[in-house]
Design a protein around this ligand. Structure first.
Ligand SMILES: Nc1ncnc2c1ncn2[C@@H]1O[C@H](COP(=O)(O)OP(=O)(O)OP(=O)(O)O)[C@@H](O)[C@H]1O
Ligand SMILES: [Mg+2]
Length: 380
C-alpha cells in the first residue's frame, strides 16, 4: 500500500482569527506580541481545544501606564463579542479590605445586606454577551498588586480551577474565559534600562531584540519578586508592553481622531468631516503626551482642544450638514483654528466624500453614515 504524505502548515490561522488579529491591530498600536498571544488563545478556543477545568488562558500584562493594556483587552471584547461592555472588569484597588470582597462575590445568606449586594461576578455577568457562535468570556483584573489577601485567594482558585464560589455558595465557572491580569510592576526598572538608549520622541522601538529580551526579563523579575510562585505558576504567559514612542503616538492620534469623526457621523444631526493639518496634529501630540503617562492624556487633549470647540461651532450653527472643516494650529494664540472649506460640500456628492474623507473610520457604522451623507439629495 502506497503512503501518501502531505505536509501540513500549523502556522496558519483561520479567517476568524485573522480578522480578530486585524481588528486588534487597528485599535492597538505597537504591541504585536500581545496581539499574537491573544490570537493564539482565540484559535485554541475556536478549534474546541480549550483545556478542560481551567481558564482558556491566564495572561499577565505588565508595562507602563498608558501603553495599551486595558485598550487591548477592550478591543478583544469588542471584536469577539461585538461590545466593549462584554468585558468584565475587576479593579483590584477597590477590594483592598476583606469586607469589600462582598461587593465582588456577594455576602452569605443571613448576613446584613445579603439581598442588597449583587455580586459583580456571576455566571450571568460572564455570559451576558455570549452569542450563538461565541461562548467565550473575557475578565480583566486590573492593578493586581493592590489586591487584598482575600482577593488573592479567590484569584488563585479562579486561575487554577476556573471556579469561584459566591457568598451564597453558587459557583461561577471560568473555563471558556480569557483571564487578563494587569500590573505596572517593573515599570521603574524598565524605564531605567531604556534611559539613554532611546529617548522619548526618537525612533520606533523596532530593532534590538537584545534590549527587548532584557526589558522582558527585568519586568518578569520584578513580578517574581512581588508575586508568590504559586501565582506565577498559574500564569500561562507574561506579556510586557513596551513604552510608546513618537511614531506610535502619531498612529494613536489618528485612531483617536477617527473616533471623534465617528462620533460626529453617528451622534450629531449635522454630520460633517474635519481634517487636521500637520501643525494641528503636532499640537495635539504635544498637549496630549507625556513620557511618563504614555498616551493616557491624548484623549483628554483631543476633548479639550478639538471636541469642545467643535461642539460650540455646531451648536451655534457655524458648522452645518455636509461641511468640510480644516483644523489648523495658530502659533500666536497657541490654539487650534477652524476653517470652513466648502459649505455642504459633502451632501449628495459621492466624489467629494471619497476624496475628502481623511480618516479611516473605526466602525462600519460610521462609514455607513458617511455614505448615506454622500447619497443624500444635493441641496439647492
Ligand atoms: N498601544 C496603544 N494603542 C492604541 N491606543 C493606546 C495605546 N496605548 C494607550 N492608548 C490610548 O491611551 C488610553 C489609555 O491606555 P490604556 O488604558 O490601555 O493604558 P494601560 O496600559 O491600561 O495603563 P494603566 O496601567 O494605567 O492601566 C487608551 O484608551 C488609548 O486611547
Ligand atoms: Mg489599564
Amino acid at each position: 500500500m502506497g503512503v501518501c504524505q502531505t505536509l501540513l502548515d500549523p502556522s496558519l490561522h483561520s479567517p476568524e482569527v485573522r480578522d480578530f488579529e486585524a481588528a486588534l491591530r487597528r485599535r492597538v498600536v505597537g504591541q504585536d506580541r500581545a496581539v499574537k498571544s491573544l490570537a493564539r488563545a482565540y484559535q485554541v478556543y475556536l478549534a474546541g481545544l480549550a483545556p478542560p477545568g481551567r481558564p482558556l488562558v491566564n495572561l499577565l500584562l505588565l508595562g507602563p501606564t498608558g501603553s495599551g493594556k486595558t485598550r487591548l483587552v477592550e478591543a478583544a471584547a469588542e471584536s469577539v463579542l461585538g461590545d466593549i461592555r462584554a468585558l468584565v472588569k475587576v479593579d483590584c484597588a477597590e477590594f483592598q479590605h476583606s469586607h469589600e470582597i462582598a461587593k465582588l462575590i456577594g455576602s452569605p445568606p443571613g448576613y446584613l445586606g445579603h439581598r442588597e449586594t449583587q455580586p459583580l461576578i456571576t455566571q450571568e455577568a460572564l455570559e451576558q454577551y455570549h452569542t450563538e457562535k461565541v461562548k467565550l468570556s473575557l475578565v480583566l483584573f486590573d492593578e493586581i498588586e493592590k489586591a487584598s489577601d482575600a482577593l488573592w485567594q479567590l484569584l488563585l482558585g479562579i486561575l487554577d480551577k476556573a471556579t469561584l464560589t459566591l457568598g451564597d455558595n453558587r459557583r461561577v465557572d471560568f473555563s471558556r474565559t480569557m483571564i487578563f491580569l494587569t500590573s505596572n510592576l517593573g515599570t521603574l526598572e524598565v524605564n531605567k534600562l531604556m534611559t539613554g538608549r532611546m529617548g522619548f520622541g526618537t525612533k520606533p522601538e523596532e530593532g534590538s531584540d537584545d534590549l527587548d529580551r532584557r526589558i522582558y526579563r527585568t519586568a518578569l523579575e520584578a513580578a517574581r519578586r512581588k508575586f508568590s510562585p504559586e501565582f506565577m505558576n498559574r500564569i500561562d504567559k507574561v506579556i510586557v508592553f513596551r513604552a510608546l514612542q513618537r511614531p506610535h503616538l502619531e498612529r494613536i492620534l489618528d485612531i483617536e481622531l477617527g473616533f471623534v469623526q465617528e462620533r460626529v457621523m453617528t451622534a450629531t444631526n449635522s454630520q460633517f468631516v474635519f481634517k487636521c493639518t500637520e501643525a494641528a496634529r503636532d499640537f495635539l501630540l504635544r498637549e496630549g503626551t507625556d513620557p511618563k503617562l504614555g498616551a493616557r492624556h491624548l484623549k483628554r487633549a483631543i476633548e479639550k482642544h478639538l471636541v469642545f470647540p467643535l461642539s460650540n461651532l455646531l451648536a451655534t450653527r457655524q458648522i452645518e450638514l455636509g461641511d468640510l472643516i480644516t483644523v489648523d494650529f495658530d502659533a500666536a494664540s497657541l490654539k487650534l483654528m477652524f476653517f470652513k472649506e466648502r459649505q455642504g460640500a459633502l451632501v449628495g456628492s459621492q466624489r467629494e466624500v471619497a476624496e475628502e474623507m481623511p480618516i479611516v473610520l473605526p466602525s462600519s457604522h460610521a462609514a455607513g453614515a458617511v455614505r448615506a451623507l454622500a447619497r443624500r439629495a444635493p441641496r439647492d
